[in-house]
Structures are given as structure tokens and as C-alpha cells.
Design a binder for this molecule. Sequence first.
Ligand code: PLP
Length: 512
Amino acid sequence: MGSLSPQESNINSSPTDMPSALDPVEFRRQGHMMVDFIADYYQNIEKYPVLSQVEPGYLRKCLPESAPDNPEPIESILQDVQKHIVPGLTHWQSPSFFAYFASNVSIAGFLGEMLSTGFNVVGFSWVSSPAATELESIVMDWLGNLLTLPKSFLFSGNGGGVIHGSTCEAIICTMVAARDQMLRQIGLDNIQKLVVYGSDQTHSALQKACQIVGINPNNFRVIKTTKSTSFALSPESLKLAISSDVEAGLTPLFLCATVGTTATTAVDPLDSLCQVAKYYGIWVHVDAAYAGSACMCPEFRHFIDGVEGANSFSLNAHKWLFTALDCCCVWIKDPSTLTSSLSTNPEYLRNTATDSKQVVDYKDWQIALSRRFRAMKLWLVLKSYGAVNLRNYLRSHVKMAMLFEGLVSTDRRFEVVVPRVFSMVCFRVSPSAAIIISDDEINVENCINEVNRKLLEGINASGHAFMTHAVVGGMYVIRCAIGVTLTEEKHIAMAWKLVQEHADAILMKNNI
Ligand SMILES: Cc1ncc(COP(=O)(O)O)c(C=O)c1O
């Protein structure tokens, strides 16, 4: 057993002179200091390398081996944050962050998070904090209406919405609902026969869900996509895969269609996919993690046409709707399928509101029991900006992506690999820019892939911007994903200049 500190060893010692850990005066003082710190961080964010430049294990070298015995003042803690933590951050709120998909935030999203943490209620059942539950149901209907989701997905139409932490959770929960609904028909013993469908562009969240939900690993179908359909899932390919499974005596269960794939923002054709799925009685979940938010703009709404044929739909408001992480909005047409799989009713949580069956108990719509008051931040975002401003923010990112796309097109050494749909541009140094002496097509692709890999490495090492890559149809492509709240057109111009400078160096060095 470790030795006790002097204070701990003397049980008669006087109480510490530390004020209550929730003393309102101290909270106000330290809270203001924290807000100042964060405001300064945003103001100075462009001074930091976007991609953190530290080496693995750097922090252990900076921090003591054990937690302090005695309190430290907030002033010195903030100094530590500045000195040791900030260098190890990849700055997701930097206007030159173009990697992955953004995780954008806003004043309203941030303040909503503060309120939610301040109240720190745990709204697992209606009675445990009625406002948390009711606000969540209301904002999910509000947002559903902004997306013009069919009424059948809204509480006002016997469907309903819930806020999960992530799309991974949303897919797991909806797959469990689909699984149990099917097993009630075909018998529990037939779980090994269930088949799940996605494309080679579907997010790995689907594979993880299959692993957790108990889908036989041999029954996870990854349907190939091609450049000719801009990497969207073809309904014909889906139909072929399903009919061959049916012939083999298997039971098609679940399709995950994507609106805005991670690699290239491809859009799976919901209408025809849902028609195929309907014929075979398959549950369709639409994963619109990134692009879903854009569909509140009338000009992008058509990308989710056909959603009326799906069973569930989700988007991450923390990606592109100015709401701090985490906030995955999930709508489901028949919430009873979800609750019959996820409900528990232990004695210690029993209450008359639940017994009355007049209320939503969100613990039965998700994996965990405890849950954060996430609706608060989404409510603040919707109220503070209003649909008009939100649409304009989204459009501004799309417009900047168009600008970047235009810049790429002006340089003959580059190509836009797939047509831009939302606010991401997939581009690369094109094979025609490189004098690669080979008759072998594979060799040429490998060589140009290497040029692009080096180009991206150089851009990111510069610290002036951060982009990530994808490999589609054997091509290594660079993704410029625009979606950070602070990004302006000048950052797009700077990013493009950076790309060109690094391309100059690489192409010259390789004598290309
Ligand atoms: C299309 C798509 N689906 C799912 C996910 C995973 O989301 P989460 O981290 O919320 O599980 C992502 C993440 O970028 C995504 O792009």
C-alpha cells in the first residue's frame, strides 16, 4: 500500500481551506478565465501547426508521474495546458483544417454544451429530468422538419428521434432492432442466416456493428462500386447479391445506404435501393453522417429523396451543424422496434410516468443507461442561428469547395477525381502530369499514387494545412474537406497555393 500524504495521515487535521468544489464565486472567476483562454485560443489558432508535430509519448516526458497531492491554482493549470497540451493538439477548429470531415462548433453549440454540463442531469427516463427528454423529442422533430423528413420519422407522425453519441451507436442500435424483429419471425436459432449489406464505400461503422450484433462474419456483403457510378452503390448489384443469398437459403436483414460517403461523398440512390430492400423485407438505415445537414437546403434535399422507403436515418450534427461533439441525430419510423430490443425495467427505476406509457424513456432508445443533455446544444444552435443562417453557413462551405475545385481545374497537372457534390473536393496529381516511362498501367498508377502520397505528406508536415487521403478504385486521392466554422475563402486560396508549391517541389525533384 502506498504511504499516505501528511494531510491524509492526520485524521484530526483541520479541513482544507479549499472552497466548495462548486462554489459559485470561484466558478464565476475560473469560468471567466476559461472562456478568455478559449477565446484567445480561437483568436490565435492560425499560429499553430494544424497537424500536431509532436512525437508519440511526448506528454509523459512533460508531466509528473503521479497526480498532485495538493491543489494547484487554475492559473498554473492553464499554463500547463498552453505549454504541454496545445502543442499536442491537432487543431480541428483551425480554418486550414481540411482533413477527415470537420467537427465544427459555434458559440451557440459551445454555450449549449456549457449549459448541459452545468445542469449535468441524467435524463435516462422522462422522470429523471423531464425537460431533457421533452426538449430532445422537440428538437428532433424541429430538425426533422427542417430536413423535410417524411412525417413518419417524426414524433408527430408516430416515428421519433433520439440523439446518440455517434453513428456507430446509431447503426448498432438500428441493426439490433432489425435483427430482433427478423428473429421473431424466423426463430432465434436462425441468427447465423442473417445477411447485412453495404458497399465498399460504406463506413467501417457497419462492419463494427455486424461484429457486435452477432452477424456471421461470412454474411457481411461488401458490394463493389466503380468510378462509373461515382462510387455509389448500384441497386442492380445489390439485387444480384441479395438474390444469390436468398437462393443459398440465407435471410437478407439490413442495408446501410450512405448519403455522403467518407472517401468521396458519394450518394447512394436511396429511392431505388429502398425499392429493392422493400421487395426482400430488408431494414434500410441511411447513414448521412456528414452530408445530412446540407439536406436542409432545398437545393440539396433531393439527395435524400427516397428516404421515405428507409426505416431509419442518421446524421452527425457535430460534423456539419455547428454543434459541439457529440451529437448524432437518429430518426426511426417505428420506435417500438428499437425499444423492444433495448428496454429494461429494473425495480429501482420504476415510476408512474413510465408505467403510464405516456412518456419517452430514452434509456430504451440507446445502449447506455446514463445520457447527457445533448438536446440543449442542438436547441441553442437552432435558436441562435435560425434555419436561414444555418443554410447560409452550409452553402458558404459548399461555395468554398467550388472555389477549390475551380482552382484545381485551372492547373493541368491536377485532376478532380470524382465530381464534387457537397463541400469536399477529391483531387490528385494526374497521371498525365507525370512522365512515367512504362507500358504497364498498374505501374503508372502505383507511381502516381506515390507522388500523391508524398505530396500530401509534404502539405501536412508544413503545418499550414491538414488534409487526409482515400484510396478509391486503386487511386490515392487527396481529400480537401471544407467545413470548419472559421474557414474563409482566403484559407482556400492559401491551401491551394500550398498544394501547388509542394507539387512543384515533388514533380521537379522526381524530374516529372
Ligand atoms: C459516412 C460516415 N459514417 C459514419 C461515420 C462514423 O461516425 P461516428 O464517429 O459518429 O461513429 C463517419 C465518420 O466520419 C462517416 O463519415
